[in-house]
Design a protein around this ligand. Structure first.
Ligand SMILES: Nc1ncnc2c1ncn2[C@@H]1O[C@H](COP(=O)(O)OP(=O)(O)OP(=O)(O)O)[C@@H](O)[C@H]1O
Length: 284
């Protein structure tokens, strides 16, 4: 099956500085992919390239089928009512599921006659998401859909996304700084750091392919025989390592599987490390 998003050798430059360098990844159809990375990593740039809002200096980006995008600043007209916002969406899109949009907003208790500017941040996020879903996209790209939302609203937004993915063939790429918000919903992870791709893969496979090792800080060379050290640090008098692969362990060391946040932090701490598919897999 063709991937829902395929990025090959992508390079994007803003004037003299490179925002993305040689990024290649693919997200299979039906996945909910988390795009994470520090400020300025290139997440928004990757999303803009994915939805055709900017032209790469080099490389290609291909989103399969209909693509919908919700930008970071939720572009809604404050002076429109919710109903007028739906009407605007219906008139400006070929594919449009009005019934589903009204049902979703009704289920969330968002009044159709209320001005958008009078809604809470969480309600505005839901309206923006509803508009994007009403277009019945094959690929939904969301730039920080959870930013500035309280925990309950974040949960509601993620639940809406999960319900939609469960109901039909939809692929989602969403960026966030809060990894714990993504754990229950996302099954694919993309990590960008300083414009370079560090990780792209199935979350369960990634977690199963890494270990956190803790043990004596001496000797300095550590226990990672047969595995690749992603990052290493000291926790009190103990050394802690994130490694990829299965090391032959010295009995003084303990091993456990990392959580998603630990995996992400391990890579972000060590921008030179990468867990990426080979070129054959990306192009397949
Ligand atoms: N319009 C622009 N003109 C010049 N430089 C830009 C422009 N947009 C982004 N950049 C630069 O490109 C790099 C990547 O920015 P981008 O917004 O894609 O990162 P991000 O990962 O989305 O960051 P954040 O988490 O802060 O939203 C940064 O160094 C940024 O300063």
């Amino acid at each position: 099956m063709r991937p829902a998003l395929e990025v090959i050798g992508l390079c994007v430059r803003y004037r003299r500085s490179w925002a993305l360098r040689d990024c290649s990844l693919s997200v299979p159809a039906g996945r909910v992919a988390a795009l994470v990375g520090p400020n300025g990593a290139g997440k928004t740039t990757l999303m803009h390239a994915a939805v055709g809002l900017l032209r790469p200096a080099r490389g290609t980006v291909r989103g399969a089928g209909e693509v919908a995008f919700v930008a970071q600043d939720k572009p809604l007209y404050d002076g429109f009512t919710v109903a007028e916002t739906l009407t605007f969406g219906r008139r400006t899109n070929n594919r449009w599921d009005e019934r589903a949009a009204r049902d979703r907003l009704g289920g969330l208790g968002i009044p159709l006659d209320r001005k958008v500017g009078g809604l809470s941040g969480g309600q505005q996020a839901q309206v923006a998401l509803t508009l994007a879903l009403a277009k019945e996209p094959d690929l939904l790209v969301l730039d920080e859909p959870l930013a500035n939302l309280d925990p309950l609203a974040r949960h509601d937004v993620m639940r809406t996304i999960m319900a939609e993915v469960a109901g039909r063939e939809l692929t989602v790429l969403l960026s966030s700084h809060v990894v714990s918000d993504l754990e229950d919903t996302c099954d694919w992870l993309v990590v960008l750091n300083g414009g370079r791709l560090q990780v792209s893969g199935d979350i369960d496979d990634l977690l199963a392919g890494h270990l956190v090792l803790t043990g004596p800080a001496e000797p300095a060379e550590g226990p990672a025989g047969g595995a690749t050290v992603v990052s290493a640090g000291l926790e009190g008098r103990q050394a802690s390592l994130l490694v990829r692969g299965e090391p032959v362990l010295d009995p003084r060391w303990q091993a456990r599987r990392p959580g998603l946040a630990e995996l992400v932090m391990g890579y972000l701490r060590s921008p030179g490390s990468a867990a990426l598919p080979g070129p054959a897999e990306v192009g397949a």
